[in-house]
Design a protein around this ligand. Structure first.
Ligand code: MGD
Ligand code: MGD
Ligand code: SF4
Ligand code: MO
Length: 698
């Protein structure tokens, strides 16, 4: 494609969002002037969110990084000088050779996430580079680790119902997911179901946009979802609403689960969750009597100390009523497993000579940077903005401020994180790249080909790590492999039958290639759990030291129906900081258009909690706990139960502002697979007298 020409070009949304929309990019005079949905995409059908509709403002933002930079002032001061790519690459390669000699290559840590979901962008040349270097490995558990693990213990694979089938559902429960903001095409399917008579129930800790759209909103206390799921099971078993034939044929452990559910009568569950007994009874009846009940399991309820078990418990519900037998029934936690590609061909783990190299959980980055033993001496950050998105952000900042830490950041913008880099490298936008995209929700694979010429001196992740590989003297055939060859190898993966027939040639010709979903017809017969059945009782969990049956465990800070005595009076409010509508995690947080749409960072607080603290709507407040403090304004609202406060959106700090919510969040790990516990935080709030802002470092 002649990408310097003007016109309308197909593209793929690269953001970490389940919808992975097909886009059309309009170009005039070599610039993107408009981004719209591609009506030809079979699922997203031309509808896209407002964030990406305004993507041109980000791609052509005046502050986009265009050249490599080297730090000239103290860390975090933002003082940099422009350097050439040759200088930047030589400096990084030189430092990496020296660090490998002095401390060993494991003193170098890649720190990445999915700012761009392209399979070549993360997991391709980058992984080859760090494998060949022998760097420490990153355990990338910031997003969905705990919940996915809880799901997989129960269902065997990272996959559930097919989204397009959910139009057949007659009851839709959106549980801990704000899909109006975070998965808009699931809302489109749910609307179609609603037109045919489906009822939409939303279970959440606050009346978010999705709850306002749904038919029935049930607010509950944070982290109590497993108790609610067990309460529903209690009633389903008690009232004979279970599908006994299904339980016999497709599950193990239903008798043990029945016993377990006896321990969760509605009265107790109501006390734990804050949901009235009558509502628990009614929801169980609705679920038990529905013909095609579908549950959307969001990410919110698994960002907790007990997050894995929350998802695990909800994942048992469809089996109790045999929902999996009907197209559109069952649940979706994530569908990433259907589109798994040959990740080994991309990442080439065999290039690593130290197979035993340590693995570091990204949720612990602040702590890890402070450790004296086997210290991390260099961080290479790409596709993520840890100073804003990682938990316990003040600790993270202290780690990044270490003068002896050699930090490289590759990004499109001078993020809060890049401010702490020694070398900042400019990244291309997805529209300048070749890449391969799958969705972790729908079943279509897409190819991105460059539609915009390189902006400034920007380089893609693939180019960057290819250059670095060459500078280190690594194998030219590995580090110079053409992108299309890498894509071909990734798709060549007989281990995944769903990928059958998806090829580069077809992607080029057809743009949207559906996975071969025919193996799904045998879904229930080919479950990949150890028993080959849905595991209501899981021996694998028992072996892993986890409770084999669903169980409710209170959060480490916070509620279990009543305030827990050991929590003390210091930080009595549960603090939830989920994404907002117009940012994508911290992406767009620096774009004026998107900031305007979000107004300003705020804390939603219940009238009772506000009154107890003399706080009125619009007051400037300090939200604090032992981890730090945030200064934002109060919105007094009854959208949640008293005792819970909400701040939506991952705002950047920028200079002098104390508004990064992750200062308050714990870096504890969840019950399963080292997941993050962002939402298991407690805080106190006080009114703040207006003070003049003093500019300074972050
Ligand atoms: N607009 C927009 N879209 C996004 C993103 C974004 O930042 N902005 N981020 C993307 C990413 S990376 C992800 S992982 C997904 C996440 O999207 P979702 O799956 O929707 O998950 P969250 O938005 O994290 O949380 C969803 C809801 O869970 C609620 N919640 C918190 N704790 C609990 C609890 O204990 N129980 C229950 N029942 N609910 C609880 C939160 O209040 C929130 O309303 O969205 C993706 N899409
Ligand atoms: N308090 C709280 N914290 C959270 C969450 C929450 O709900 N509450 N959500 C968590 C979740 S679910 C997630 S997934 C994480 C997400 O956190 P991150 O993965 O850090 O996501 P973003 O904030 O979008 O940052 C992505 C960065 O990648 C850059 N980028 C984009 N494309 C490219 C590229 O091609 N190359 C390079 N080198 N860089 C690129 C973007 O400019 C941006 O700065 O945040 C987590 N943090
Ligand atoms: S962010 Fe999500 S909804 Fe918006 S265009 Fe991208 S994939 Fe579609
Ligand atoms: Mo995420």
């Amino acid at each position: 494609m002649k990408h310097s020409s003007d016109g309308i070009f197909p593209a793929v949304c690269p953001l970490d969002c389940p919808d992975t929309c097909g886009l059309l990019v309009h170009k005039q005079d070599g610039k993107i002037v408009k981004v719209e949905g591609n009506p030809a995409h079979p699922v997203t059908k031309g509808a896209i969110c407002n964030k990406v509709r305004n993507m041109a403002a980000r791609v052509h933002h005046p502050e986009r990084l265009m050249h490599p930079l080297r730090r000239t002032g103290p860390k975090g001061s933002g003082a940099f000088e422009q350097i050439s790519w040759d200088e930047a690459v030589a400096e990084i390669a030189g430092r990496y050779k020296q660090l490998s000699a002095d401390y060993g290559p494991e003193s170098i840590l890649p720190y990445y996430f999915y700012g761009n979901m392209g399979m070549l962008s993360v997991g391709g040349m980058d992984r080859r580079f760090f494998n060949r270097l022998g760097a420490s490995r990153l355990d990338a558990k910031i997003c969905s680790a705990a919940g996915t693990t809880g799901w997989v213990y129960t269902m065997g694979m990272d996959g559930g119902a097919s989204p397009e089938d959910t139009v057949n559902a007659d009851l839709i429960i959106v549980w801990g997911g704000n899909i109006v903001s975070t998965n808009m095409h699931q809302v489109v399917f749910a609307e179609q179901a609603r037109k045919r008579g489906a009822k939409i129930v939303v279970i959440d800790v606050h009346r978010n946009r999705t709850a306002q759209w749904g038919d029935w909103f049930l607010p509950l206390y944070p982290g109590t979802d497993a108790a609610l799921a067990l309460g529903l099971m209690h009633i389903l078993f008690r009232d004979g609403l279970t599908d006994e034939a299904f339980l016999q044929k497709y599950t193990v452990g239903h008798e043990a689960l029945r016993e377990q559910a006896l321990k969760y009568p509605p009265g107790l569950v109501s006390e734990i969750t804050g949901v009235p007994v009558a509502d628990i009874e009614q929801l169980a009846r609705l679920y038990g009597e529905a013909t095609v009940p579908y549950i959307h399991i969001g990410n919110g309820l698994q960002h907790h100390d007990n997050g894995g078990m929350n998802v695990r418990s909800i994942a048992c519900l469809p089996a109790l009523v045999g929902a999996w037998q009907k197209p559109g029934g069952g649940a979706i936690k994530s569908n990433g497993g259907y589109s798994s590609v040959n990740s080994q061909a991309l990442a080439r783990p065999e290039l690593r000579s130290n197979a035993q190299a340590r693995s570091i959980n990204m949720n612990r980055i602040g702590e890890v940077l402070m450790q004296q033993e086997q210290p991390i001496m260099s961080l290479f950050v790409y596709g993520t903005n840890p100073l804003v998105v990682a938990p316990s952000a003040d600790k993270v900042k202290a780690g990044f401020a270490r003068e002896d830490l050699f930090t490289v950041v590759h990004d499109l913008f001078m993020t809060d994180t890049a401010m702490y880099a020694d070398i900042v490298l400019p990244a291309t936008s997805t529209f300048e790249n070749t890449d391969l995209y799958s969705s972790y929700w729908h079943h279509y694979i897409q190819l991105q080909e460059p539609v915009l010429e390189r902006q400034g001196e920007c380089k893609s992740n693939v180019e960057l790590f290819s250059l670095l590989g060459q500078a280190m003297g690594f194998e030219p055939e590995v580090f110079g492999q053409p992108e299309e060859d890498m894509i071909g190898e990734a798709l060549n993966y007989p281990d995944n039958p769903y990928l059958n027939g998806v090829t580069l040639e077809r992607l080029k010709a057809e743009r949207f290639v559906k996975l071969d979903m025919s193996p799904k017809a045998q879904f229930l017969e080919t479950l990949q759990t150890p028993s080959g059945r849905i595991e209501l009782y899981s021996e694998a969990m028992e072996l892993a030291g986890l409770p084999p049956l669903p169980v409710y465990t209170p959060l480490k800070e916070g509620y279990d129906g009543v305030r827990r005595p050991e929590q003390g009076a210091d930080y009595p409010l549960m603090f939830i900081s989920p994404p907002n509508h117009h940012f994508l995690n911290s992406t767009f947080g620096n774009v004026e258009k998107h900031q305007r749409m979000e107004k300003a960072p705020a804390l939603q607080i219940h009238p009772l909690d506000a009154a107890a603290r003399g706080i009125a709507d619009g007051d400037e407040i300090t939200v604090y706990n032992a981890r730090g403090a945030v200064e934002i304004s109060a919105v007094v609202t009854d959208k949640m139960l008293p005792g819970t406060v909400i701040s939506q959106g991952l705002w950047w700090g920028g200079k002098g502002k104390k508004q990064r919510v992750n200062v308050l969040t714990p870096d504890r790990l969840s019950d399963m697979d080292g997941g993050a516990t962002f939402f298991s935080a407690t805080v106190e709030v006080k009114k703040r007298e207006q003070v003049l802002e003093v500019p300074g470092t972050l």
